[in-house]
Design a protein around this ligand. Sequence first.
Ligand code: ZN
Length: 129
Amino acid sequence: MSERALRGTRLVVTSYETDRGIDLAPRQAVEYACQNGHQFEMPFSVEAEIPTEWECKVCGAQALLVDGEGPEEKKGKPARTHWDMLMERRTREELEEVLAERLAVLRSGTMNLAVHPREGNGNSKKKSA
Ligand SMILES: [Zn+2]
């Protein structure tokens, strides 16, 4: 009877030490921010793999890791910019032409603003009847 009690005590002591070990595991606060401007911290064990996104505590939207490299998708598949998409459809020569055209329109537009279109200032192409 007394032996059983002793074993029980030893078991309790052993499990207590194990619990203490878990409690002492170092933690880190990881910051997340959602697109609605909410910012919050989540505690993680330093050994845990930190998720790059987390559900926003305030609004439930997808919140991204603040000091991280962003979602994993970015690594394998870089985000295409508008410039990238443009360069897939047009050559640089075509773009030069478009740019020249637009500049011409812009410049003529500016002149039309300075001078009333109907009056012109002498270099108008329209024939005066
Ligand atoms: Zn939010």
